[in-house]
Design a protein around this ligand. Structure first.
Ligand code: UD1
Length: 432
């Protein structure tokens, strides 16, 4: 398995272009199953997760063509026919969001057999809300031997769907299924994440009638058919936030471009509170810190527009060397502090109790061998390694490759000493 080695101590200075959002791209790719015409997605990130989903879509009958376009990487997805409605366990378990092909398959063909995704390291992550939404739309759902068997032979029907709590995946899934339903669907207590709005824009470009994404009520008026479209994937706010934290950690001055800083306001405010310089620009943000130590600040993760759970691990890494004690509360996932013991191997002073971590800043971290446990945790270890004395090696970086495009290259271009050490290929990866 590959590892990443970081020699700490170098400041970061330079420009980092932000890629298209992974979490948006994979839902947009699933939307291609809703039409027999080609969907062209530009500003596509090239990641392990998009590759996994591409493999599954191909198996279902789509042609997936990755190209270099004028606006960076693009993928053309074309499913003239759904040749199979079967999404097997070995493909779904590699990437949980693959489960979101279920809704489009039922909407387009009236039936599907899709594997349940199973657990993952950051929590149980059930899909009960996804299934409730599809049942409300009239699908008959049966669970056998780890598979969801879904049927709607006479098509889906518009419905009122009220989620008991906010779920990004379930909201997206309901939207993907309802666009071809007969009648009007209203989703109450919908997630407001920017990726929902991106999905709305793409679906509407395909001929759907969706309104309200980005607010807590989404209204979908079903249409009989969708057509092809071209859509540019929204910039990745989590990647942008990650490099913003990395720059604040290492010091120096980094300009993030091709980005939307308003999407990470809750992080930028915390960075300013901690003492980092934050300058919003037309297509991104400049983050700088010159020598002085940051102050500890507290945070609590919340659904958008609150502080993103996907940036919690990175911010914890930042707090390990800040002055004072930071309290970090995780409210979205029950087991999302797996990075804390690894950061402690680097000399961080952290105690975890239930959903709260207390981080007492130390003057200096020390390089060590550490292990990535999930996607965002893995990048928090790289961030800590940027300032740890000596060398830090992070193993199990297949997690990192799922969500960060050309990470060593992007950080290296700003002066970080980061290199990939090639290892044996992984035979059986357990992806969260
Ligand atoms: C998405 C993001 C992930 C991010 C998360 C929260 C993708 C591919 N992933 O994950 O990076 O961390 O949003 O911003 O977009 N839940 C249930 N039942 C369900 C669905 C969810 O109990 O049917 C729970 C989950 O276990 C979790 C909470 O709801 O505790 C929120 O999860 P959700 O918003 O659904 O996250 P994902 O869509 O899986």
């Amino acid at each position: 398995m590959d590892r990443i080695a970081i020699t700490g101590g170098a400041q970061l200075n330079g420009i980092i272009p932000v890629s298209g959002a992974k979490n948006s791209a994979i839902k947009l790719m699933a939307a291609s199953l809703l039409t027999s015409e080609p969907l062209r997605l530009t500003n596509m990130p090239r990641l392990a997760d998009t590759r996994f989903l591409g493999k599954l879509l191909t198996r279902l009958g789509a042609h997936v063509d990755e190209r270099e376009g004028l606006d960076g990487s693009e993928t053309v997805l074309h499913a003239p026919e759904i040749t199979s409605g079967f999404a097997p366990y070995e493909l779904v378990r590699q990437m949980r969001a693959s489960f979101n092909v279920l809704g489009p398959l039922i909407a387009r063909t009236g039936q599907a057999k899709v594997s349940l995704p199973g657990g993952c390291t950051i929590g149980a992550r059930p899909v009960d809300l996804h299934l409730q939404a599809l049942e409300a739309l009239g699908a008959k759902i049966d669970l056998h031997e780890g598979y969801v068997y879904a049927q709607a032979p006479r098509g889906l029907k518009g419905a009122e769907i009220t989620f008991p709590f906010v779920s990004v995946g379930a909201t997206e899934h309901a939207m993907l299924a309802a666009v071809l339903a007969d009648g009007v669907t209203r989703i109450h207590n919908a997630a407001c994440e920017p990726e929902l709005l991106d999905l709305q824009i793409c679906l509407n470009a395909m001929g759907a009638k969706v309104e309200g994404a980005g607010t807590s009520t989404i209204t979908i008026t079903g249409v009989a058919k969708l057509h092809g479209a071209t859509h540019s994937v929204i910039p990745d706010r989590i990647e942008m936030g990650t490099y913003a934290v990395a720059a604040a950690m290492a010091g120096g001055e980094v300009q993030l471009t091709r980005a939307r800083p308003e999407l990470i306001d809750s992080l930028l405010v915390k960075l300013e509170e901690a003492g980092a310089g934050v300058i919003r620009t037309e297509d991104g943000v400049i983050i700088k810190r010159n020598g002085h130590r940051l102050e500890a600040v507290d945070l609590e993760t919340q659904p958008y527009p609150g502080f993103a759970t996907d940036l919690q691990a990175q911010f914890m890494a930042l707090m390990t060397t800040a002055k004072g004690e930071s309290r970090i509360r995780e409210t979205i996932f029950e087991n999302r502090f797996m990075h804390a013991p690894e950061l402690m191997r680097l000399g961080a002073d952290i105690s975890v109790s239930g959903g709260e971590a207390r981080v007492r800043g130390v003057e200096q971290l020390e390089g060590a061998e550490v292990m990535a446990t999930d996607l965002r945790a893995s990048v928090s270890l790289v961030i800590a390694g940027l300032v740890a004395r000596g060398e830090t090696t992070v193993s199990r970086i297949y997690h990192l490759d799922r969500g960060f495009e050309r990470l060593e290259e992007k950080l290296g271009a700003c002066g970080a000493q980061v290199r990939r050490i090639k290892g044996e290929p992984e035979s059986d990866i357990d992806h969260d």
